[in-house]
Design a protein around this ligand. Structure first.
Ligand code: ADP
Length: 454
Protein backbone atom coordinates (compact mmCIF):
# COMPACT_ATOMS: atom_id res chain seq x y z
CA UNK A 1 0.00 0.00 0.00
CA UNK A 2 1.59 3.31 -1.07
CA UNK A 3 -0.13 5.27 1.72
CA UNK A 4 -0.37 4.08 5.30
CA UNK A 5 -4.05 4.37 6.17
CA UNK A 6 -7.14 2.53 4.93
CA UNK A 7 -10.39 4.41 4.39
CA UNK A 8 -11.91 2.44 7.30
CA UNK A 9 -9.06 3.55 9.59
CA UNK A 10 -9.59 7.14 8.49
CA UNK A 11 -13.30 6.89 9.34
CA UNK A 12 -12.45 5.47 12.78
CA UNK A 13 -9.85 8.21 13.41
CA UNK A 14 -12.37 10.88 12.39
CA UNK A 15 -15.06 9.37 14.64
CA UNK A 16 -12.56 9.32 17.53
CA UNK A 17 -11.76 13.00 16.94
CA UNK A 18 -8.08 12.38 16.18
CA UNK A 19 -8.30 13.58 12.58
CA UNK A 20 -10.26 16.72 11.71
CA UNK A 21 -8.72 17.72 8.36
CA UNK A 22 -8.13 15.86 5.08
CA UNK A 23 -6.01 17.38 2.33
CA UNK A 24 -7.23 16.32 -1.12
CA UNK A 25 -4.36 17.12 -3.49
CA UNK A 26 -3.68 16.92 -7.21
CA UNK A 27 -0.21 17.36 -8.68
CA UNK A 28 0.13 20.35 -10.99
CA UNK A 29 2.42 20.87 -14.00
CA UNK A 30 5.16 22.16 -11.72
CA UNK A 31 4.92 19.08 -9.48
CA UNK A 32 3.25 20.97 -6.64
CA UNK A 33 0.46 19.67 -4.44
CA UNK A 34 -2.67 21.75 -5.07
CA UNK A 35 -6.11 21.11 -3.65
CA UNK A 36 -8.44 21.67 -0.74
CA UNK A 37 -8.47 21.18 3.01
CA UNK A 38 -11.64 19.25 3.86
CA UNK A 39 -13.24 19.00 7.23
CA UNK A 40 -12.66 15.31 7.82
CA UNK A 41 -16.33 14.57 8.50
CA UNK A 42 -17.32 15.98 5.11
CA UNK A 43 -14.52 14.08 3.39
CA UNK A 44 -15.55 10.68 4.77
CA UNK A 45 -19.22 11.42 4.09
CA UNK A 46 -18.99 12.49 0.45
CA UNK A 47 -15.83 14.18 -0.87
CA UNK A 48 -13.91 10.89 -0.77
CA UNK A 49 -15.65 10.02 -4.03
CA UNK A 50 -14.96 13.20 -5.96
CA UNK A 51 -14.24 16.88 -5.66
CA UNK A 52 -13.49 19.63 -8.19
CA UNK A 53 -10.90 22.20 -9.16
CA UNK A 54 -10.61 24.94 -11.75
CA UNK A 55 -9.01 23.54 -14.90
CA UNK A 56 -6.48 26.39 -15.01
CA UNK A 57 -4.48 24.40 -12.42
CA UNK A 58 -3.10 22.46 -15.40
CA UNK A 59 -2.54 25.56 -17.55
CA UNK A 60 -0.79 27.99 -15.24
CA UNK A 61 2.78 28.81 -14.20
CA UNK A 62 4.65 29.17 -10.90
CA UNK A 63 2.96 32.55 -10.33
CA UNK A 64 -0.57 31.26 -11.04
CA UNK A 65 -0.87 33.43 -14.15
CA UNK A 66 -3.24 32.58 -16.99
CA UNK A 67 -0.98 32.40 -20.06
CA UNK A 68 -2.65 32.02 -23.44
CA UNK A 69 -1.86 29.33 -25.99
CA UNK A 70 -3.13 26.21 -24.23
CA UNK A 71 -5.60 24.08 -26.20
CA UNK A 72 -7.04 22.58 -22.99
CA UNK A 73 -8.48 25.75 -21.47
CA UNK A 74 -8.49 29.54 -21.75
CA UNK A 75 -10.43 32.69 -20.89
CA UNK A 76 -12.40 32.07 -24.09
CA UNK A 77 -13.37 28.59 -22.86
CA UNK A 78 -14.34 30.07 -19.48
CA UNK A 79 -11.86 28.10 -17.30
CA UNK A 80 -14.29 25.41 -16.16
CA UNK A 81 -13.78 22.51 -13.77
CA UNK A 82 -11.93 19.23 -13.65
CA UNK A 83 -13.04 16.50 -11.29
CA UNK A 84 -10.52 15.27 -8.71
CA UNK A 85 -10.84 11.59 -7.87
CA UNK A 86 -9.11 10.63 -4.61
CA UNK A 87 -6.79 7.65 -5.03
CA UNK A 88 -7.57 6.06 -1.66
CA UNK A 89 -4.46 3.84 -1.88
CA UNK A 90 -2.44 7.01 -1.21
CA UNK A 91 -4.33 7.93 1.96
CA UNK A 92 -1.91 8.71 4.78
CA UNK A 93 -1.35 10.58 7.98
CA UNK A 94 0.40 13.96 7.76
CA UNK A 95 2.19 13.85 11.11
CA UNK A 96 3.81 17.29 10.80
CA UNK A 97 0.37 18.95 10.67
CA UNK A 98 -1.98 18.51 13.60
CA UNK A 99 -5.03 16.24 13.12
CA UNK A 100 -4.42 15.95 9.39
CA UNK A 101 -4.54 13.23 6.74
CA UNK A 102 -3.81 13.51 3.00
CA UNK A 103 -4.95 11.82 -0.18
CA UNK A 104 -3.61 12.31 -3.72
CA UNK A 105 -6.17 12.68 -6.48
CA UNK A 106 -6.29 11.83 -10.16
CA UNK A 107 -7.48 14.63 -12.39
CA UNK A 108 -10.36 13.43 -14.55
CA UNK A 109 -12.84 14.87 -16.98
CA UNK A 110 -16.00 16.05 -15.33
CA UNK A 111 -18.30 14.18 -17.67
CA UNK A 112 -16.43 11.16 -19.04
CA UNK A 113 -14.39 10.55 -15.87
CA UNK A 114 -11.42 9.71 -18.09
CA UNK A 115 -7.92 10.84 -17.02
CA UNK A 116 -6.99 14.31 -18.27
CA UNK A 117 -4.12 13.34 -20.61
CA UNK A 118 -1.79 16.24 -19.67
CA UNK A 119 -2.16 15.66 -15.92
CA UNK A 120 1.30 14.63 -14.63
CA UNK A 121 -0.02 11.56 -12.78
CA UNK A 122 -1.88 10.41 -15.92
CA UNK A 123 1.24 10.92 -18.06
CA UNK A 124 3.31 8.66 -15.81
CA UNK A 125 0.52 6.09 -15.46
CA UNK A 126 0.35 5.80 -19.26
CA UNK A 127 4.05 4.85 -19.53
CA UNK A 128 3.76 2.47 -16.56
CA UNK A 129 0.86 0.75 -18.33
CA UNK A 130 2.99 0.47 -21.46
CA UNK A 131 5.72 -1.29 -19.44
CA UNK A 132 3.15 -3.49 -17.73
CA UNK A 133 1.86 -4.68 -21.11
CA UNK A 134 5.32 -6.14 -21.62
CA UNK A 135 5.19 -7.73 -18.16
CA UNK A 136 7.65 -5.13 -16.81
CA UNK A 137 7.61 -3.18 -13.57
CA UNK A 138 9.55 0.08 -13.53
CA UNK A 139 11.31 0.67 -10.22
CA UNK A 140 12.68 4.12 -9.54
CA UNK A 141 14.23 6.32 -6.89
CA UNK A 142 14.65 10.09 -6.88
CA UNK A 143 17.16 11.92 -4.73
CA UNK A 144 15.95 15.24 -3.33
CA UNK A 145 18.68 17.88 -3.05
CA UNK A 146 17.78 21.30 -1.68
CA UNK A 147 19.18 24.26 0.23
CA UNK A 148 18.22 25.33 3.73
CA UNK A 149 18.45 29.05 4.50
CA UNK A 150 18.12 31.01 7.72
CA UNK A 151 14.91 33.04 7.90
CA UNK A 152 11.33 32.40 6.81
CA UNK A 153 10.08 32.56 3.22
CA UNK A 154 8.22 35.80 4.06
CA UNK A 155 11.31 37.41 5.55
CA UNK A 156 13.52 36.43 2.61
CA UNK A 157 10.91 37.64 0.10
CA UNK A 158 10.65 41.02 1.91
CA UNK A 159 14.43 41.33 1.77
CA UNK A 160 14.38 40.68 -2.00
CA UNK A 161 16.30 37.41 -1.53
CA UNK A 162 19.47 39.38 -0.88
CA UNK A 163 22.26 38.32 1.47
CA UNK A 164 20.82 34.82 1.74
CA UNK A 165 22.44 32.94 4.61
CA UNK A 166 22.82 29.17 4.19
CA UNK A 167 21.66 27.40 7.35
CA UNK A 168 25.16 25.95 7.74
CA UNK A 169 27.81 28.17 6.15
CA UNK A 170 30.19 25.56 4.72
CA UNK A 171 30.23 22.58 2.31
CA UNK A 172 28.22 19.89 4.09
CA UNK A 173 29.13 16.89 1.94
CA UNK A 174 28.81 13.79 4.14
CA UNK A 175 29.77 16.03 7.06
CA UNK A 176 28.28 14.68 10.26
CA UNK A 177 29.23 17.67 12.43
CA UNK A 178 27.89 20.11 9.85
CA UNK A 179 24.67 18.19 9.28
CA UNK A 180 24.16 17.88 13.06
CA UNK A 181 23.58 21.63 12.91
CA UNK A 182 20.66 20.91 10.51
CA UNK A 183 19.16 18.20 12.71
CA UNK A 184 16.50 20.45 14.25
CA UNK A 185 14.98 20.45 10.75
CA UNK A 186 16.24 17.23 9.12
CA UNK A 187 15.31 14.85 11.96
CA UNK A 188 11.61 15.81 11.93
CA UNK A 189 11.66 15.66 8.12
CA UNK A 190 12.94 12.05 8.16
CA UNK A 191 10.77 10.88 11.03
CA UNK A 192 7.55 12.59 9.98
CA UNK A 193 7.91 11.27 6.44
CA UNK A 194 8.44 7.70 7.66
CA UNK A 195 5.34 8.10 9.85
CA UNK A 196 3.51 9.30 6.71
CA UNK A 197 4.44 6.08 4.89
CA UNK A 198 7.30 7.56 2.84
CA UNK A 199 10.23 5.10 3.20
CA UNK A 200 13.11 7.50 3.81
CA UNK A 201 16.50 5.75 3.77
CA UNK A 202 18.68 8.63 4.95
CA UNK A 203 19.54 12.28 4.69
CA UNK A 204 23.05 13.59 4.20
CA UNK A 205 24.82 16.87 3.94
CA UNK A 206 25.50 17.76 0.28
CA UNK A 207 28.38 19.36 -1.57
CA UNK A 208 27.66 23.04 -0.92
CA UNK A 209 27.02 25.35 2.05
CA UNK A 210 23.48 24.81 3.35
CA UNK A 211 22.79 21.91 0.98
CA UNK A 212 21.06 18.71 2.10
CA UNK A 213 19.89 15.55 0.36
CA UNK A 214 17.04 13.20 1.24
CA UNK A 215 17.06 9.64 -0.10
CA UNK A 216 13.92 7.56 -0.27
CA UNK A 217 13.86 3.80 -0.87
CA UNK A 218 13.20 2.89 -4.50
CA UNK A 219 9.64 1.94 -5.34
CA UNK A 220 7.30 1.36 -8.26
CA UNK A 221 7.42 4.44 -10.46
CA UNK A 222 4.10 6.01 -9.44
CA UNK A 223 4.80 5.51 -5.73
CA UNK A 224 8.26 6.97 -6.26
CA UNK A 225 6.82 10.14 -7.82
CA UNK A 226 4.13 10.39 -5.12
CA UNK A 227 6.79 9.98 -2.41
CA UNK A 228 8.91 12.69 -4.05
CA UNK A 229 6.04 15.19 -4.19
CA UNK A 230 4.98 14.55 -0.61
CA UNK A 231 8.58 14.72 0.64
CA UNK A 232 9.16 18.04 -1.14
CA UNK A 233 6.01 19.44 0.46
CA UNK A 234 7.09 18.15 3.89
CA UNK A 235 10.60 19.60 3.55
CA UNK A 236 9.23 23.08 2.76
CA UNK A 237 6.56 22.97 5.46
CA UNK A 238 8.80 21.59 8.20
CA UNK A 239 11.57 24.10 7.41
CA UNK A 240 8.95 26.87 7.55
CA UNK A 241 7.68 25.55 10.90
CA UNK A 242 11.23 26.02 12.20
CA UNK A 243 11.56 29.59 10.91
CA UNK A 244 13.85 28.50 8.07
CA UNK A 245 13.41 28.17 4.30
CA UNK A 246 14.03 25.26 1.97
CA UNK A 247 14.51 25.91 -1.74
CA UNK A 248 14.43 23.53 -4.69
CA UNK A 249 15.58 26.25 -7.08
CA UNK A 250 18.46 24.40 -8.77
CA UNK A 251 20.89 27.32 -8.92
CA UNK A 252 20.53 30.07 -6.32
CA UNK A 253 23.99 31.58 -6.85
CA UNK A 254 26.19 31.55 -9.95
CA UNK A 255 29.31 30.41 -8.14
CA UNK A 256 27.63 27.84 -5.91
CA UNK A 257 26.96 24.20 -6.81
CA UNK A 258 23.34 23.61 -7.83
CA UNK A 259 20.71 21.12 -6.63
CA UNK A 260 19.81 17.97 -8.57
CA UNK A 261 17.16 15.28 -8.39
CA UNK A 262 18.95 12.25 -9.82
CA UNK A 263 16.67 9.43 -10.95
CA UNK A 264 17.67 5.76 -10.49
CA UNK A 265 15.90 3.30 -12.77
CA UNK A 266 15.62 -0.46 -13.08
CA UNK A 267 13.09 -2.79 -14.68
CA UNK A 268 11.80 -5.90 -12.98
CA UNK A 269 9.99 -8.94 -14.36
CA UNK A 270 8.12 -11.55 -12.28
CA UNK A 271 9.54 -10.01 -9.08
CA UNK A 272 13.17 -10.34 -10.22
CA UNK A 273 15.55 -7.63 -11.47
CA UNK A 274 15.55 -7.81 -15.27
CA UNK A 275 18.59 -5.54 -15.56
CA UNK A 276 20.98 -8.01 -13.88
CA UNK A 277 23.06 -10.48 -15.88
CA UNK A 278 26.02 -11.77 -13.94
CA UNK A 279 27.71 -13.16 -17.06
CA UNK A 280 28.06 -9.67 -18.59
CA UNK A 281 31.18 -7.54 -18.10
CA UNK A 282 29.21 -4.84 -16.28
CA UNK A 283 26.44 -7.25 -15.13
CA UNK A 284 24.00 -5.56 -17.52
CA UNK A 285 21.34 -7.63 -19.26
CA UNK A 286 20.54 -7.17 -22.97
CA UNK A 287 17.28 -5.49 -21.94
CA UNK A 288 19.12 -3.07 -19.67
CA UNK A 289 21.54 -2.16 -22.45
CA UNK A 290 18.83 -1.35 -25.00
CA UNK A 291 16.77 0.51 -22.35
CA UNK A 292 19.79 2.66 -21.46
CA UNK A 293 20.62 3.14 -25.15
CA UNK A 294 17.09 4.55 -25.53
CA UNK A 295 17.52 6.98 -22.65
CA UNK A 296 20.78 8.20 -24.19
CA UNK A 297 19.48 8.37 -27.78
CA UNK A 298 16.50 10.49 -26.64
CA UNK A 299 18.21 12.50 -23.88
CA UNK A 300 17.74 15.69 -25.91
CA UNK A 301 14.04 15.02 -26.43
CA UNK A 302 13.36 14.55 -22.71
CA UNK A 303 15.55 17.29 -21.22
CA UNK A 304 12.73 19.86 -21.03
CA UNK A 305 10.97 17.48 -18.62
CA UNK A 306 14.09 17.19 -16.44
CA UNK A 307 15.07 20.86 -16.57
CA UNK A 308 11.81 22.81 -17.00
CA UNK A 309 12.86 26.41 -16.22
CA UNK A 310 15.39 28.98 -17.39
CA UNK A 311 17.28 28.59 -14.11
CA UNK A 312 17.54 24.79 -14.52
CA UNK A 313 20.19 25.20 -17.23
CA UNK A 314 22.50 27.27 -15.02
CA UNK A 315 23.16 24.09 -13.04
CA UNK A 316 24.91 22.23 -15.88
CA UNK A 317 28.38 23.48 -15.07
CA UNK A 318 31.79 21.83 -15.23
CA UNK A 319 33.36 20.76 -11.94
CA UNK A 320 30.16 20.89 -9.89
CA UNK A 321 29.09 17.20 -10.03
CA UNK A 322 26.31 18.29 -12.41
CA UNK A 323 26.65 16.77 -15.88
CA UNK A 324 27.14 18.76 -19.07
CA UNK A 325 27.30 15.91 -21.60
CA UNK A 326 25.12 13.01 -22.75
CA UNK A 327 27.09 9.83 -22.13
CA UNK A 328 27.06 6.81 -19.87
CA UNK A 329 29.77 5.73 -17.50
CA UNK A 330 30.55 3.11 -14.90
CA UNK A 331 30.28 4.94 -11.58
CA UNK A 332 31.62 8.24 -12.96
CA UNK A 333 29.85 11.30 -11.58
CA UNK A 334 30.88 13.59 -14.45
CA UNK A 335 28.59 11.81 -16.97
CA UNK A 336 24.86 12.34 -17.56
CA UNK A 337 24.21 8.63 -16.91
CA UNK A 338 26.06 6.66 -14.23
CA UNK A 339 25.92 2.88 -13.81
CA UNK A 340 25.34 2.05 -10.12
CA UNK A 341 25.31 -1.29 -8.32
CA UNK A 342 27.54 -2.99 -10.92
CA UNK A 343 27.93 -6.72 -10.17
CA UNK A 344 24.86 -6.83 -7.92
CA UNK A 345 21.15 -7.44 -8.32
CA UNK A 346 20.69 -3.72 -7.59
CA UNK A 347 22.38 -2.82 -10.89
CA UNK A 348 20.64 0.29 -12.19
CA UNK A 349 21.22 3.43 -14.23
CA UNK A 350 21.27 6.79 -12.51
CA UNK A 351 20.25 9.71 -14.71
CA UNK A 352 22.04 12.75 -13.33
CA UNK A 353 20.45 15.32 -15.65
CA UNK A 354 17.27 16.23 -13.67
CA UNK A 355 17.40 19.33 -11.51
CA UNK A 356 15.76 19.68 -8.11
CA UNK A 357 12.98 21.67 -9.85
CA UNK A 358 11.83 18.76 -12.01
CA UNK A 359 8.30 17.44 -11.89
CA UNK A 360 9.05 13.79 -11.00
CA UNK A 361 6.00 12.40 -12.83
CA UNK A 362 7.04 14.05 -16.09
CA UNK A 363 10.76 13.32 -15.82
CA UNK A 364 10.16 9.67 -14.89
CA UNK A 365 7.56 9.23 -17.64
CA UNK A 366 9.87 10.75 -20.25
CA UNK A 367 12.84 8.55 -19.26
CA UNK A 368 10.62 5.46 -19.20
CA UNK A 369 9.24 6.31 -22.65
CA UNK A 370 12.78 6.75 -24.00
CA UNK A 371 14.01 3.50 -22.43
CA UNK A 372 11.05 1.45 -23.65
CA UNK A 373 11.54 2.81 -27.15
CA UNK A 374 15.19 1.74 -26.94
CA UNK A 375 14.07 -1.79 -25.99
CA UNK A 376 11.45 -1.92 -28.76
CA UNK A 377 14.05 -0.94 -31.35
CA UNK A 378 16.85 -3.08 -29.84
CA UNK A 379 19.13 -0.05 -29.74
CA UNK A 380 22.79 -0.78 -29.13
CA UNK A 381 24.52 0.74 -26.15
CA UNK A 382 27.95 2.17 -26.95
CA UNK A 383 30.99 1.74 -24.74
CA UNK A 384 31.05 3.62 -21.42
CA UNK A 385 33.05 6.82 -21.22
CA UNK A 386 35.93 7.14 -18.80
CA UNK A 387 37.88 10.05 -17.35
CA UNK A 388 36.60 13.58 -17.00
CA UNK A 389 33.58 13.76 -19.25
CA UNK A 390 33.25 17.56 -18.96
CA UNK A 391 36.25 18.12 -21.23
CA UNK A 392 35.53 15.37 -23.77
CA UNK A 393 34.57 17.52 -26.77
CA UNK A 394 33.54 14.50 -28.87
CA UNK A 395 30.50 13.87 -26.67
CA UNK A 396 27.18 15.66 -27.25
CA UNK A 397 26.15 18.41 -24.86
CA UNK A 398 22.99 18.36 -22.81
CA UNK A 399 20.83 21.17 -24.32
CA UNK A 400 22.34 24.41 -22.99
CA UNK A 401 19.14 26.44 -22.77
CA UNK A 402 15.44 25.96 -22.20
CA UNK A 403 14.85 27.22 -25.77
CA UNK A 404 17.03 24.43 -27.19
CA UNK A 405 15.36 21.78 -25.01
CA UNK A 406 11.92 23.09 -26.00
CA UNK A 407 12.72 22.72 -29.70
CA UNK A 408 13.94 19.14 -29.06
CA UNK A 409 10.68 18.40 -27.21
CA UNK A 410 8.59 19.95 -29.97
CA UNK A 411 10.33 17.84 -32.61
CA UNK A 412 10.30 14.57 -30.66
CA UNK A 413 8.52 11.87 -32.66
CA UNK A 414 9.37 9.44 -29.85
CA UNK A 415 7.52 11.48 -27.20
CA UNK A 416 4.66 12.33 -29.56
CA UNK A 417 4.11 8.60 -30.15
CA UNK A 418 4.47 7.73 -26.46
CA UNK A 419 2.52 10.58 -24.85
CA UNK A 420 0.34 11.95 -27.66
CA UNK A 421 0.58 15.22 -29.57
CA UNK A 422 -1.77 17.03 -27.19
CA UNK A 423 0.45 16.30 -24.19
CA UNK A 424 3.69 17.26 -25.95
CA UNK A 425 2.17 20.48 -27.32
CA UNK A 426 0.88 21.35 -23.85
CA UNK A 427 4.34 21.12 -22.26
CA UNK A 428 6.01 22.84 -25.22
CA UNK A 429 3.67 25.76 -24.46
CA UNK A 430 4.59 25.58 -20.75
CA UNK A 431 8.28 25.86 -21.65
CA UNK A 432 7.59 28.72 -24.07
CA UNK A 433 5.76 30.59 -21.30
CA UNK A 434 8.91 30.38 -19.14
CA UNK A 435 11.15 31.56 -21.99
CA UNK A 436 8.77 34.47 -22.79
CA UNK A 437 8.51 35.52 -19.13
CA UNK A 438 12.29 35.63 -18.80
CA UNK A 439 12.70 37.52 -22.09
CA UNK A 440 10.33 40.18 -20.73
CA UNK A 441 12.35 40.70 -17.55
CA UNK A 442 15.20 43.08 -16.82
CA UNK A 443 17.60 41.27 -14.51
CA UNK A 444 19.89 42.61 -11.78
CA UNK A 445 22.82 41.30 -13.82
CA UNK A 446 21.96 43.48 -16.84
CA UNK A 447 21.66 46.58 -14.67
CA UNK A 448 24.90 45.94 -12.79
CA UNK A 449 26.76 45.23 -16.04
CA UNK A 450 25.44 48.05 -18.14
CA UNK A 451 24.18 50.87 -15.91
CA UNK A 452 27.43 52.82 -15.96
CA UNK A 453 29.54 51.00 -18.51
CA UNK A 454 27.15 50.58 -21.44
P1 ADP B 1 24.25 6.92 -4.08
O1 ADP B 1 25.63 6.45 -4.00
O2 ADP B 1 23.90 7.49 -5.44
O3 ADP B 1 23.82 7.82 -2.95
P2 ADP B 1 22.42 4.95 -2.90
O4 ADP B 1 22.94 3.62 -2.50
O5 ADP B 1 22.11 5.93 -1.83
O6 ADP B 1 23.39 5.56 -4.02
O7 ADP B 1 21.12 4.71 -3.76
C1 ADP B 1 20.47 5.76 -4.38
C2 ADP B 1 19.04 5.37 -4.60
O8 ADP B 1 18.97 4.22 -5.45
C3 ADP B 1 18.29 5.01 -3.33
O9 ADP B 1 17.12 5.80 -3.28
C4 ADP B 1 17.95 3.53 -3.52
O10 ADP B 1 16.70 3.17 -2.93
C5 ADP B 1 17.89 3.43 -5.03
N1 ADP B 1 18.00 2.06 -5.55
C6 ADP B 1 18.62 0.99 -4.99
N2 ADP B 1 18.44 -0.11 -5.75
C7 ADP B 1 17.67 0.28 -6.82
C8 ADP B 1 17.14 -0.40 -7.97
N3 ADP B 1 17.34 -1.69 -8.19
N4 ADP B 1 16.39 0.33 -8.83
C9 ADP B 1 16.18 1.64 -8.65
N5 ADP B 1 16.66 2.31 -7.59
C10 ADP B 1 17.40 1.65 -6.69
Amino acid sequence: MPGNMTFDTLKAEVAAGRIDTVLACMVDMQGRLMGKRFTASHFVESAWEETHCCNYLLATDLEMDTPDGYASTSWAAGYGDYALRPDLATLRLVPWLEGTAMVLCDVVDHHSHEDIPHSPRAILKRQIARAEKLGLTAMMATELEFFLFKGSYDQLREEGYRNLKPFVPYNLDYNILGSTKDESIMRPIRNHLVAAGVPVENSKGEAEAGQEELNIRYAEALDCADNHSIAKQAIKEIAWQHGASATFLPKWHRSRVGSAAHIHLSLWKDGAPLFFDKSDKHSMSTEMKSFCAGMIAYANDVTAFMAPYVNSYKRFMRGTFAPTRIAWSVDNRTAGFRLCGEGTKAVRMECRIPGSDMNPYLAQAALLAAGLKGMEDNLELGVPVTGEVYTDGKLPDIPRTLEAATEALRGSTMLREAMGDGVVDHYVRAAEVEVEAFANTVTDWEIARGFEKA
